[in-house]
Design a protein around this ligand. Structure first.
Ligand SMILES: Nc1ncnc2c1ncn2[C@@H]1O[C@H](COP(=O)(O)OP(=O)(O)O)[C@@H](O)[C@H]1O
Ligand SMILES: [Mg+2]
Length: 463
């Protein structure tokens, strides 16, 4: 990703997201800019700040989809958070700093996987050695020779014999022919305070507090009987754990979070206060005051601050923020001016029409029609979409959006679901009866949704 050009990034996004060229260009440039900054040195590298983006546009037109695809493309830590989930510091709910901690957790996971890959060969070899020990206790080269009944065996001979048996066993293990056998081994359960307390309904805990708690809770050792195959997985994990340098992982993850982390702030309009930033007239506890408070908490993070995590301090100056919102009841200008200033790039995504729907139904690799085909193929049913059928689905979706609420491309999912409802249910029997081919025409589509579309109350309910 870091060496993809803006044009290449757009091309990648084009595979999944129809239209919305401006938004794609903006995110592509933002991503490229971070790569550019990383090539700089010294003061300049510190002085160049990311150009955060606000994508606005109606619901269901691809805002989140662009971010999701970007995340897969980006070889960078990435989190997506709903702005509306946050509450002011000190109130019940998530505080804004938690997104930086989540981002770092992502980075840690990424770096750990990379590092684990580097030591994979070593870990696997050690795991196999330990499996040999488990299957042939007393055979390790360091063990004293077992007393043998059949006469005298010199220590050298004994060593040789053991080495030979071990080699044989290793071969068999590597070939997987002993996978079904059972062995007994020790497993350790490390306590994880965050998990334990999440179960108790405590979503967030001071990072120092949780690592302190984890040290207080004793590790649990269990002896378990497992298959060789399972034992191998457990041992590889244990050996990998030993080979990994946690300090190095944390340090690298912090660097990566600071230099290339991306935070996707979904639905930022939900924390805007419509009618200007002077909200709060209604006094304490009002939702406006709280939204204002979240914005105020958000500002330092977007401007650049230090966030304490259990792995160390993360500076947020160069983290890229991409915010989105429908902005129909509040405008971008309803955000605090300081916050607006931190999002200099504004792109608008346009509403989708019937011809966009046709493309969305057919072009992306994961298009709904392709998904439906793949699922029914599992049942042995071949689904073929005629152009007329696709057009009909697009037409019905556009109509439902016009008469009901406009939910953009999300409408396509509900329509396709309607069209296939009966078939999805009957599929196994259809296949059994040999009705294994299905052609989706406009007649087919209309038959299944016409009555629904005609009845406004009904369509509100089912479409
Ligand atoms: N421009 C588009 N191209 C392809 N699919 C789209 C597009 N816009 C929306 N979709 C589809 O509709 C769904 C909802 O879109 P999403 O991006 O989540 O909407 P929003 O703009 O409200 O964030 C996505 O999962 C995607 O499948
Ligand atoms: Mg969205």
């Amino acid at each position: 990703m870091h060496d993809l050009t803006p044009r290449q990034i757009v091309q990648q996004l084009d595979k999944y997201v129809i239209g919305q060229a401006d938004a794609k260009r903006a995110v592509a440039v933002a991503i490229r800019n971070r790569w550019r900054r990383r090539q700089l040195t010294g003061e300049m590298a510190q002085e160049v700040y990311p150009k955060n983006i606000i994508m606005s546009g109606p619901t269901g037109v691809g805002k989140t989809e662009i971010a999701r695809r970007l995340a897969r493309l980006a070889d960078a830590p990435f989190v997506k958070v709903e702005a509306s989930k946050f509450t002011e510091v000190g109130y019940h709910g998530r505080d804004v700093e938690s997104m930086i901690r989540d981002l770092l957790d992502q980075a840690i996971a990424m770096v750990r996987i990379e590092q684990a890959e580097l030591v994979a060969g070593k870990a696997k070899a050690s795991a196999t050695d330990r499996l040999v020990d488990l299957l042939l206790p007393g055979s390790a080269p360091t063990d004293t020779p077992a007393t043998v009944s059949d006469g005298y065996v010199s220590p050298e001979q004994s060593q040789e014999r053991k080495a030979h048996v071990r080699d044989k066993l290793r071969e068999q293990l590597e070939a997987g022919s002993l996978d079904e056998r059972e062995v007994e081994l020790n497993v350790t359960n490390k306590p994880q305070a965050s998990v334990m307390f999440a179960n108790m309904g405590i979503d967030q805990m001071d990072p120092q507090m949780s690592s302190m708690l984890e040290r207080m809770i004793p590790e649990q050792h269990n002896r378990r009987r497992v298959s060789v195959a399972q034992a191998r997985r457990i041992l590889i994990e244990q050996e990998t754990e030993k080979l990994l340098d946690e300090e190095k992982i944390s340090a690298e993850a912090i660097d990566r979070t600071q230099d290339s982390g991306i935070v996707f702030l979904d639905e930022i309009d939900k924390i805007a206060v419509s009618g200007g930033a002077s909200g709060g007239a209604s006094g304490g506890g009002s939702p406006d005051v709280s939204r204002q408070g979240v914005q105020r908490d958000l500002l330092p993070i977007v401007e650049g601050t230090a966030v304490t995590t259990r792995y160390g301090v993360v500076r947020t100056d160069h983290i890229l923020f991409i915010a989105t919102g429908a902005f129909h009841s509040a405008a971008v200008s309803d955000l605090m001016p300081e916050l607006q200033g931190r999002f200099p790039i504004r792109v608008e995504l346009s509403a989708l029409n019937e011809s966009d729907f046709i493309r969305i139904l057919t072009e992306p690799g994961n298009a709904l029609t392709k998904q439906q085909q793949a699922l029914l193929k599992v049942e042995g049913i071949e689904v073929d979409f005629e152009t007329s059928g696709i057009e009909a689905i697009a037409r019905v979706a556009a109509k439902a959006n016009a008469t009901l609420e406009n939910i953009g491309a999300r409408r396509l999912m509900t329509i396709v679901e309607r069209v296939f409802e009966q078939i999805n249910f009957d599929a196994p029997e259809l296949a059994e009866r040999g009705e294994a081919a299905l052609t989706i025409t406009d007649t087919f589509v209309n038959e299944r949704v016409e009555s629904i579309v005609a009845d406004k109350d009904l369509s509100r309910f089912v479409l």
